[in-house]
Design a protein around this ligand. Structure first.
Ligand SMILES: *[C@@H]1O[C@H](CO)[C@@H](O)[C@H](O)[C@H]1NC(C)=O
Ligand SMILES: *[C@@H]1O[C@H](CO)[C@@H](O)[C@H](O)[C@H]1NC(C)=O
Ligand SMILES: *[C@@H]1O[C@H](CO)[C@@H](O)[C@H](O)[C@H]1NC(C)=O
Ligand SMILES: *[C@@H]1O[C@H](CO)[C@@H](O)[C@H](O)[C@H]1NC(C)=O
Ligand SMILES: *[C@@H]1O[C@H](CO)[C@@H](O)[C@H](O)[C@H]1NC(C)=O
Ligand SMILES: *[C@@H]1O[C@H](CO)[C@@H](O)[C@H](O)[C@H]1NC(C)=O
Ligand SMILES: *[C@@H]1O[C@H](CO)[C@@H](O)[C@H](O)[C@H]1NC(C)=O
Ligand SMILES: *[C@@H]1O[C@H](CO)[C@@H](O)[C@H](O)[C@H]1NC(C)=O
Ligand SMILES: [Ca+2]
Ligand SMILES: [Ca+2]
Length: 858
């Protein structure tokens, strides 16, 4: 038999076997619930699962784990697009929620699962005790949120998306699915969601037939590559929420099959597997799996030179295989893919000595009775690792720390639970195959089955799909003053960006956009910036991405940014532009991590973009900068480039609150101890100090003046009074009315006017004199002394030599009118108004399409 014929025969016999099992089980498909953190290996696992025949295995719900490798808004939309491609818009997707856990230990409905149980209070803002082990930028959440750029380069975009206050929560979706009947639960991330469910609805435990867990490390070392100096024993998924893993394994009473590193270490992505995956791309899902894996391997392989020791394994997809086989054959039927044995284990959640209250353990510290009825002096009462540089965990002179939080430890005695543990992957019974593990072979076969296949990718979905870069025609235009806009991607910043793009080109010439990932949105939201530029026909404007952590802080951690809520009104909303980002046309430009074949496509750093703009300046020309977020990028520029202050004409800084004699408060509502700071300063105090106390010429547009133009009615009325509208004025109207509606409906959105006020900076910079401004000069200092209750405050000090120009007042009526007039002006208007319009373009022949481009010529 030729290899090809053999492959076909194998596929056919597999198909028959699947079909036969389907007949036997026709009356009752096995029900499956998957909880995922949407990492690359989760994508592979999900595609593999969705390929199986629904009359045999039916996925009833997928919930997103939001406290590890990805951010909720990006993860949910990515998942929706995978399900759309696979024709499975029927599967409910649960993510987030805003409930919390009271001090007394009462668990409110719909806890979002953004924080590990030990840190979960009543809000979704909070630190990153365990999650700090995951880098926020490149090589971490930025790459995972975007799937290294592959998501938007490949997947079609379906009708489902995250929408504020309408998103089914993880708790709701999981409990509905379990209430409807018995199911196997496959956990591919930290255990927060399932633990919360089993704590609040213990009655549903009887419908959990089995929990199959990708995670833990029993006899193998841990894998916290960023944090083994403090904790060599833990595996990422368990470290993400050790107490939740403990609850699921040891307290909930549900039967568990563990697929730990012990087993997954035997299924690395080998050269042979990689080569076969590359060769066999018979379906869209096989192609997406390959591209996803290839993108993440680009980094790993370059480091090691071969796939065999990249440190990349089939973690979650192997666990999915073990789960499918266990559902098919039962626990005693002999798993097709793994050797399993029973072990007595527990999950360590705190370190000895127990019962010592050292401030690290909120379950016990400062409490008369321990939370959740935990036992005084018991295994949960020791030191809990506070971070990856916790001094308690570090052993001087050693790179192997002594903390064991999240360790799946074999024990005997009363705390031990009996768990079925996969120890090693089974060899391939087909000796002629180049693949040495049964699972490699099955994975490739399943992914390439013609059944249950993906319907299309973004380029095959439309007959006239084309990627076009729009550039304006600058011939015969005298270009205005060069401007750089630096934003943190909060909603008002997008209104400012659109407004700037509409500014007359002989007045302002927007040269670049810089973004940073330590403000109101995560770095991956940079793709929304690309989309707005595409909509407005400005794919010529470079976008630079700066650091993800505040100045002076390590790249791992969330110092200051812990003050942004993860849930409603915070990251989940800004990362999706309140659900509206997907109404924008899709730009061919997007965040790309490493692409070895195309290094030029790699996302540039903010500093590189700064250098590029500087080089393009004409003789004597100077740059005007508008910042509307933390001053991280500008601090980086002024510290790294000695010439910066000589080529910067002026910096307009949106943010800051001047604390003088008045009683007016700042706006950092998640940090009650700090009454007088404003978010943009609080989020990076040292950058604020560096920039505002530098020799740069600065005009501050502080909170007090922003508040004078933060009336939803004012902006909306002005927009509604225009007789003509543009796609962008309609988009802005939609965004602002949504923020207003959310603010009225839900107290979690009570701070929405912060984002309305920040638009003032752009309008003042371009049309300042029309606004009848009054400007004051004050001697100030900026507090940046790592004291939470004062960081980011701006104090007036008579003896300070640092004089700041501060916008104090303006005519708000003129402001609203000018903003609305500009947005509704049909000059420099959108080239493609929306995703719907773009889909229409891709659905009909080219000549209409050329007419669309021509619109910008006028
Ligand atoms: C799934 O299995 C059922 C029952 O055996 C069979 O009728 C159906 O054709 C299968 N569907 C696919 C897409 O393989
Ligand atoms: C989409 O699928 C087609 C056909 O399989 C393929 O040729 C094309 O390269 C895919 N598109 C992308 C963006 O990978
Ligand atoms: C990779 O590992 C496989 C066994 O898993 C082995 O057969 C192969 O020779 C290795 N390749 C290289 C390049 O080391
Ligand atoms: C696990 O514990 C049970 C009951 O205490 C004991 O019978 C069994 O031998 C233990 N198994 C292992 C692998 O230690
Ligand atoms: C530019 O101006 C010149 C002279 O006024 C004119 O001939 C030419 O057509 C203009 N070009 C464009 C693209 O408008
Ligand atoms: C930015 O990150 C780099 C390393 O990634 C670091 O060296 C630098 O200090 C950071 N700069 C700022 C301004 O935080
Ligand atoms: C500014 O950012 C660049 C690019 O990451 C980095 O190389 C440089 O060290 C940074 N400068 C400072 C002063 O942090
Ligand atoms: C930080 O600055 C504030 C305001 O000047 C001051 O009240 C506070 O004591 C300072 N904290 C430290 C640790 O220096
Ligand atoms: Ca995972
Ligand atoms: Ca902002």
């Amino acid at each position: 038999m030729s290899p090809h014929a053999r492959a076909a025969a194998v596929a056919m016999s597999l198909f028959l076997a699947v079909a036969a099992a389907g007949v036997a089980a026709a009356a009752a498909p096995r029900r499956l619930i998957v909880d995922t953190d949407m990492d690359t290996d989760d994508v592979l696992a999900l595609l593999y699962i969705l390929k199986h025949n629904r009359s045999e295995f039916d996925v009833k719900a997928i919930t997103v784990n939001a406290n590890e490798w990805s951010d909720a808004g990006h993860a949910a939309n990515h998942l929706y697009d995978i399900l759309y491609m696979m024709g499975r818009d029927d599967i409910p997707v649960g993510v987030g929620g805003d409930g919390g856990i009271s001090d007394a230990g009462d668990i409110h409905r719909d806890v979002g699962g953004y924080l590990p149980l030990i840190d979960q209070g009543l809000s979704t803002a909070g630190g990153c005790r365990y999650r700090q082990a995951v880098p926020a930028g490149r090589g971490g959440r930025l790459d995972i949120d975007t799937n290294c750029g592959e998501w938007r380069g490949f997947l079609p975009q379906g009708p489902r998306r995250y929408r504020p206050l309408r998103q089914p929560t993880a708790q709701r979706v999981m409990s509905d699915a379990l209430a409807a009947g018995p199911a196997t639960v496959l956990l591919l991330g930290a255990h927060t969601n399932l633990a919360l469910l089993l704590m609040t609805r213990p009655d549903l435990a009887r419908n959990v037939e089995r929990v199959v867990v990708s995670g833990g490390a029993v006899r193998a070392p841990g894998n916290l590559f960023t944090a083994s100096a403090a904790n060599p024993a833990a595996e990422f998924n368990f470290f993400g929420d050790p107490f939740a893993a403990h609850h699921v394994l040891a307290r909930s009473g549900v039967p568990v099959t563990l697929v730990p590193l012990d087993a997954t270490n035997t299924v690395p992505v080998t050269d042979e597997f990689y080569a076969e995956l590359r060769r066999r791309q018979g379906t869209h899902e096989a192609r997406y799996a390959f591209r996803s894996l290839d993108a993440v391997l680009a980094r790993h392989v370059r480091r090691s030179g071969s796939h065999n020791d990249t440190g990349y394994y089939m973690w979650d997809s192997f666990a999915a295989g073990v789960a499918i086989s266990s559902m098919r054959r039962g626990e005693t039927g002999g798993n097709e893919f793994a050797e399993l044995e029973y072990m007595n284990v527990t999950v360590v959640t705190s370190n000895k000595p127990y019962g010592v209250r050292d401030g690290s353990n909120p379950f016990f510290d400062g409490r008369a009775t321990p939370k959740f009825g935990l036992k005084e002096g018991g295994v949960h009462s020791g030191h809990v690792q506070t971070g990856i540089r916790d001094a308690f965990c570090l052993v001087p002179g050693s790179n192997k720390g002594r903390c064991q939080d999240g360790y799946t430890k074999e024990v005997s005695g009363p705390e031990a639970v009996r768990v079925h543990v996969a120890t090693t992957a089974k060899p391939n019974t087909d000796k002629s195959s180049p693949l040495d593990k049964e699972f490699y072979k099955n994975f490739l076969e399943v992914l390439n089955l013609p059944e249950n296949t993906g319907r299309f990718n973004i380029s095959t979905q439309f007959p006239y799909y084309r990627e076009v870069l729009y550039k304006p025609d600058f011939r015969n235009v005298s270009r205005g003053k060069p401007v750089i806009f630096d934003m943190d991607m909060s909603p008002g910043d997008f209104v400012s960006l659109i407004y700037l793009l509409k500014g007359p080109r002989d007045v302002i010439d927007l040269k670049a956009v810089l973004v940073n990932g330590n403000g109101w949105a995560n770095s991956a939201s940079i793709d929304i910036v690309y989309d707005v530029l595409h909509m407005m026909g400005r794919d010529d404007i470079p976008v630079g991405l700066g650091n993800t952590t505040a100045l002076g802080n390590p790249t791992l951690g969330c110092k200051n940014s812990y003050a942004i809520p993860h849930g409603s009104g915070g990251f989940i909303d800004s990362d999706t532009l309140y659900g509206l980002a997907r109404s924008l046309p899709r730009s061919p430009r997007r965040y790309m991590s490493e692409d070895l074949d195309h290094p030029e496509r790699r996302q540039p750093h903010a500093y590189d973009v700064w250098q590029t703009v500087k080089k393009q300046l004409g003789p004597g020309e100077k740059i005007t900068v508008l910042t509307s977020g933390p001053l991280t990028n500008l601090a980086n520029i002024s510290l790294s480039d000695k010439d910066a202050s000589s080529v910067i004409e002026r910096v307009y800084v949106v943010g800051g609150h001047i604390r003088d004699s008045g009683r007016e408060r700042g706006n950092v509502f998640t940090v009650p101890s700090n009454k007088y700071a404003e978010f943009n300063m609080f989020l990076d105090p040292l950058s604020a100090k560096t920039v505002l106390e530098s020799s740069l010429k600065i005009t501050l547009i502080p909170l007090s003046v922003q508040r004078k133009v933060a009336s939803f009615e004012g902006v909306l009325a002005a927009l509604e009074q225009r007789t003509k509208h543009t796609p962008e004025s309609r988009f802005v109207h939609g965004l602002i009315s949504l923020l207003q509606e959310l603010q009225r409906k839900q107290r979690l959105y009570r701070h929405m006017d912060i984002f309305l006020g920040e638009v003032l900076g752009a309008v003042y910079m371009v049309q300042g004199s029309d606004l009848e401004p009054s400007v004051e000069v004050k001697p100030v200092i900026i507090v940046a002394n790592t004291t939470e209750s004062t960081d980011g405050q701006i104090l007036v000090r008579r003896n300070s030599a640092n004089l700041l120009k501060i916008l104090h007042n303006l005519n708000d009526g003129v402001y609203y009118n000018n903003l609305a007039n500009s947005l509704a002006n049909d000059k420099q208007s959108a080239v493609v108004g929306s995703f719907e319009e773009q889909k229409a373009i891709w659905s009909r022949p080219q000549k209409h399409f050329m007419a669309d481009i021509a619109k910008d010529m006028k």
